[in-house]
Design a protein around this ligand. Structure first.
Ligand code: FRU
Length: 479
């Protein structure tokens, strides 16, 4: 181990020693968060030798983001998590300005991680066309905890001419014995795009093609993912630079997917956003030991400080990941729903009746709850769930929306989604995060929120439904 690695290791251990994952009003009960400092994208998601591995973009020294490491959680059941410490340090000439995002491939009993090493050259550069060197790096592990030396899989010098310096976030998979990789990119002229590579040995990678849209759909596509779901080929990307609209692209950056056509092309008309809430970006998927395609997203948003002050900054940490969501493909859309393992956290069920068309109950905000409403029949086309005076979910005239009132929104106001119907609703609420699933996950809103009352009145009104609500135990976090 180099002296630099040792120094970084010691310093991370020092700041983490003081961190307590259960201390703080807004520390979460069933969402993965950083021990200390800042978290962004989920990385290297996989099922390896009987364990789930969730790595994440981690800036332990700076709560508002900074030098990126890979933090690491493992779990056997998606509800009890062990924090394994930092897996990758920015300690090589190829990643000294950040161990950026990437993915995992389990192959022949080994865990391979591919990621972007970020290097910024000192000087008068724009860091778009010049001044940045981002190579694709590769490490291997036998046990999922200790990793080999870093090897360069694709050096920054090998990327095609027509691209700026912004090429990153490898997603790697294996298909018919060939290793394949997709990278996100920014073409010169501000045009988001992806690059496809293949390899026979994971060492020598050949560019096989690039994919974009005829008119620019944003200037950069970050964090691409490629997978097949029930026979449909899907390309997921996180575009930056789309113009905001009332019902679409409401956040500063987006993430969504294209169902790919037979000829391998994509059409902007088919792009569907993964999530309509305030906090969702850079998701990644993987297949687990049960054959499920699972998605985890970053429940946060880059560069959003102007509109929002995250209240957990005061507690010395920022952001979390979504709960793992199982994906299914139905009628041209992907449904996302919390993995069934989340149900083991449920306790104290209350069944809900809608006899008078209004139902009220009181919930504590120091732990999570899980509200499930099925067979909703609307009266007057409107349905509402109020979470105290601070947050309202509403469905009216084919529009679903969440809105904040007062301090709980920390600067946020409203997010909307066009949705033809409302048949079922699930609100998975944590101490400072809410995920709302409509129609079995056809539309999802994910958002952080900051309740400032110890108890809130939950008021459900607008029609008939069958329902249950549970309090949720906290997931177990061990170090
Ligand atoms: C997305 C992203 C990635 C990059 C990483 C750096 O949020 O910008 O493109 O690899 O974060 O932390």
């Amino acid at each position: 181990m180099s002296t630099l690695t040792k120094v970084l290791e010691r310093n991370v251990a020092e700041v983490e020693k003081r961190a307590d994952l259960t201390e703080g009003r807004y520390r979460l009960g069933h969402h993965l968060m950083p021990p200390v400092g800042w978290l962004n994208d989920p990385n290297g998601l996989c099922w390896f030798k009987g364990k789930y591995h969730v790595f994440f973009q981690y800036a332990p020294f700076e709560v508002k983001g900074g030098l990126k490491f890979w933090g690491h959680y493992t779990s056997e059941n998606l509800v009890n998590w062990k924090y394994e410490g930092v897996a990758l340090y920015p300690d090589s000439p190829y990643d000294c300005h950040g161990v950026y995002s990437g993915s995992a491939l389990v192959d022949e009993d080994k865990l391979h991680l591919f990621y972007t090493g970020n290097v910024k050259i000192d000087g008068d550069y724009d860091y778009i066309n010049t001044g940045r060197e981002t190579s694709t790096l590769h490490v291997v592990s036998e046990d999922g905890i200790h990793f080999s030396n870093k090897e360069v899989a694709v050096s920054f010098e090998q990327y095609p001419e027509e691209y700026t310096c912004h090429i990153r976030d490898p997603k790697v998979w294996k298909n018919n014995g060939t290793y394949r990789m997709v990278l996100g990119g920014r073409l010169k002229g501000d045009h988001g795009s992806v690059l496809f590579y293949e390899s026979e040995d994971m060492e020598n990678w050949k560019l096989t093609g690039t994919l974009t849209t005829s008119e620019a759909f944003g200037y950069m596509w970050e964090c691409p993912d490629y997978f097949e779901l029930d026979g449909q080929k899907i390309l997921s990307v996180s575009p930056q630079g789309l113009r905001r609209e009332e019902y679409r692209f409401q956040n500063i950056y987006q993430s969504g997917y294209f169902p790919m056509k037979e000829d391998g092309s994509v059409d902007v008309q088919d792009f569907r956003e993964w999530d309509m809430g305030f906090d969702f970006y850079a998701p990644q998927t993987f297949t687990d030991g049960k054959g499920r395609r699972i998605l985890i997203g970053w429940m946060g948003m880059p560069d959003a400080d102007e509109e929002y002050t995250n209240r957990t900054i005061k507690e010395g940490w920022q952001h979390c990941l979504t709960v793992p969501r199982e994906l299914k493909y139905k009628d041209g859309k992907i449904l996302q729903y919390p993995v069934e393992e989340m149900n083991v956290l449920r306790r104290d069920r209350t069944s809900l009746k809608d006899e008078k068309g209004v139902m009220e109950l009181c919930m504590g905000t120091d732990e999570g709850f899980d509200l499930v409403l099925d067979e909703i029949e609307l009266k007057d086309g409107r349905f509402q769930v109020k979470l105290g005076g601070m947050m309202i979910f509403q469905y009216l005239e084919k529009t679903a929306q969440i809105e904040f009132h007062g301090a709980a929104g920390a600067g946020r106001t409203v997010r909307k989604a066009k949705t033809d119907s409302l048949k079922s609703l699930r609100i998975l609420a944590d101490t400072s995060a809410v995920e709302i699933y409509l129609n079995d996950g056809e539309t999802v809103f994910s958002t952080r929120y900051y309740p400032d009352q110890e108890k809130i009145r939950l008021k459900i009104s607008g029609g008939k439904f069958k329902g249950n609500i549970w309090n949720l135990n906290r997931m177990l976090f061990t170090k």
